[in-house]
Design a protein around this ligand. Sequence first.
Ligand code: CP
Length: 329
Amino acid sequence: MKHLLSAADLTHEDALRILDTAGQMAATQAREIKKLPTLRGRTVVNLFFEDSTRTRISFETAAKRLSADVINFSAKGSSVSKGESLKDTALTLQAMGADAVVIRHQASGAPHTLAASGWTHGAVVNAGDGTHQHPTQALLDAYTLRRHLVGERGSVDASGRDLHGLHVAVVGDVLHSRVARSNVQLLHTLGARVTLVAPPTLVPVGVEAWPCDVSYRLDDVIVDGKPDAIMMLRVQRERMSSTGGGFFPSPLEYSRGYGLDARRMASLPEHAIVLHPGPMNRGLEISADAADSDRAVIVEQVANGVAVRMAVLYLLLAGEQPTTNRSAE
Ligand code: CP
């Protein structure tokens, strides 16, 4: 694996290797070995053209815990606001010696362009591109599902180390969600069954080709489908206004039809867990009761994200020569 651009690129074996490595990373952190020397002398650039709290801080923490040097670049306050292109920004950062570039961009496909361009010699990691992909989010979600639901700790009799036999409902604004796209692909690769639940206006064209079921009725999926996990998606109002789509149905209709609240929580199987990638719109896609319940693993998802991103950086960079040495050859 040279880059991590899409959950669709991960084989079953790749995904399990990352999840198993994340487990080892988490074990070192639990033993209070805060810093591993693995990436000493390597430089990780966080190149964020779009806002982020969790992903940016998580990648920074992960890189530092592996002893890498970290350069944080945020488009806001940079020469991007003077019109500098992705190419010139990438070339500038490469001149500072990037071994890995973690990129978030509002344009779907920007990480693929960067990986194919030669503007950077380092590994490219997609930290979220437009409505397209967010592979490390899907990996941390799978890691969280595995910890809670698979094997001896879990109440589902899943076989092996993957998510075979689990049913995951992914609910909400699927149309604008890179988290939904990435999760559908990765969960399918890992053997889980996925049901997407959304109002018809927030279901993408072509969803029939995705490896999942689709429903417009959340209550039916909860009662009849008995999901082992329910993943609530953020309603992305900023993308609705930028595409001129507006918010439809209304916020009240949306939360009545698709919000997770105490009544729906009570209808879920007892062992079911609640995920949300964050940031949450409390009172819209998820009520405070549900978000703060002891079945919600939302804060744990954030912690698991550090271990998963440590694993991704480790697997991409360990064993490779630093780019500064490669360019000197
Ligand atoms: N889940 C996620 O990508 O959150 P941020 O936008 O805060 O990084």
